[in-house]
Write a protein that binds this ligand. Structure first.
Ligand code: HMG
Ligand code: MG
Length: 298
């Protein structure tokens, strides 16, 4: 079997659900993750071991991990903001974690109650402990193309934070357009600037679709060489610390576009659309995926 040429990191169960106002039943979260993993996705971000006061929707992280039916070949990373989060994640059986910071100070302070420098310092013991436990660590940089508080974010700031995460030992760094303001040329230029310091193979892109630019941005970044794309089934999501941020780009739309470009993802689009339709019904809303809706209407 040939290796998929683009790896999709499905973030729906975490990024997609974290902003839901009504608590989603734990069993629904578990079913969502298991169903996503059955579509051929190789990475399904499962939950977040953050403070439950800050993000109440993720308070059942331990129960979600305990209820999963892990598939061989699928990884289930979880977010951890600090050493305490990592210890909770390890106790719950996580084999991959992700740390997160931002390229803008104001956003990082709201999101993690720490300056960028302090958050990077917090990650050092997290990385050391994760290495000891044989657990892989991914890194996220938020607000790479704009910040809800600061506005423009200098490219050099993104390059600096991404490089610091990579040098610290993150095997992959995901560049997050948290509020979806980026446009294709800017997005590709940012990616190329970061890739001058961090190998392209260690970079991922993470677009929210607030301004309807996400697919165009992904195309520009794929053409610029990125091979890992974050997305969320049915376009679920938002960020609790970025008002008005909508969901990530919908996974169905990304897979449809990549299929059309002849780029392998290993994902069964029909099966994925079914999952998107099911979770949208569970949450009593219309799927934000255009491809998903089109497929289900046939
Ligand atoms: P803090 O209040 O500064 O933490 O929060 P602290 O270290 O001062 O500790 C205060 C209390 O929190 C203590 O309890 C700790 O035990 C507890 P107390 O003694 O008062 O009873 N605590 C914890 N409890 C459970 N799990 C933990 C934990 N850590 C401390 N891990 C903290 C700092 C980082 C914990 C908090 O700000 C937090 O949890 N933030 C999470 C915010 C979040 O989840 N945001 C969304 C995810 S990021 C995102 O969506 C962006 C992304 O998608 C990319 C993009 O789109 O840009 C990734
Ligand atoms: Mg996000």
């Amino acid at each position: 079997m040939s290796q998929p040429s683009i790896r999709i990191v499905e973030v729906g169960p975490r990024d997609g659900l974290q902003n839901e106002q009504t608590l989603v039943p734990t069993r629904t979260k578990i079913e969502l993750i298991d169903r996503l993993a059955a579509t051929g996705l190789r990475t399904v971000e499962a939950t977040a071991f953050v403070h439950p006061k800050w993000v109440p929707q993720m308070a059942d992280a331990t129960e979600v991990m305990a209820g999963l039916d892990p598939r061989p070949g699928v990884s289930y990373p979880v977010l951890v903001p600090n050493l305490q989060g990592l210890e909770r994640a390890l106790a719950a059986g996580a084999r991959e974690v992700a740390v997160f910071t931002a390229a803008s100070e104001a956003f990082n302070l709201k999101n993690t109650n720490a300056s960028i420098a302090d958050s990077l310092e917090r990650f050092r013991p997290v990385l050391a402990r994760a290495v000891e436990a044989g657990v892989a660590v991914r890194g996220y940089v938020s607000t790479v193309l704009g910040c809800p508080y600061q506005g423009d974010v200098p490219v050099a700031d993104v390059v600096g934070v991404a490089t610091a995460l990579h040098e610290m030992g993150c095997y992959e760094v995901s560049l997050g357009d948290t509020i979806g303001v980026g446009t294709p040329r800017k997005a590709a230029a940012l990616l190329v600037a970061v890739a001058s310091q961090v190998p392209m193979a260690a970079l991922a892109v993470h677009f929210h679709d607030t301004w309807g630019q996400a697919l165009a941005n992904i195309l520009a970044c794929v053409e610029a060489g990125v091979r890992v794309v974050d997305s969320s089934v049915a376009g679920l999501g938002g960020c609790p610390y970025a008002r008005g941020a909508t969901g990530n780009v919908a996974t169905e739309d990304v897979v449809y576009m990549l299929d059309g470009l002849g780029l392998e993802t290993g994902v069964d689009l029909e099966a994925l659309a079914q999952v998107g339709g099911w979770i949208s019904a569970e949450l009593d809303r219309t799927s934000q995926s255009r491809a998903g809706r089109a497929l289900l209407a046939r």
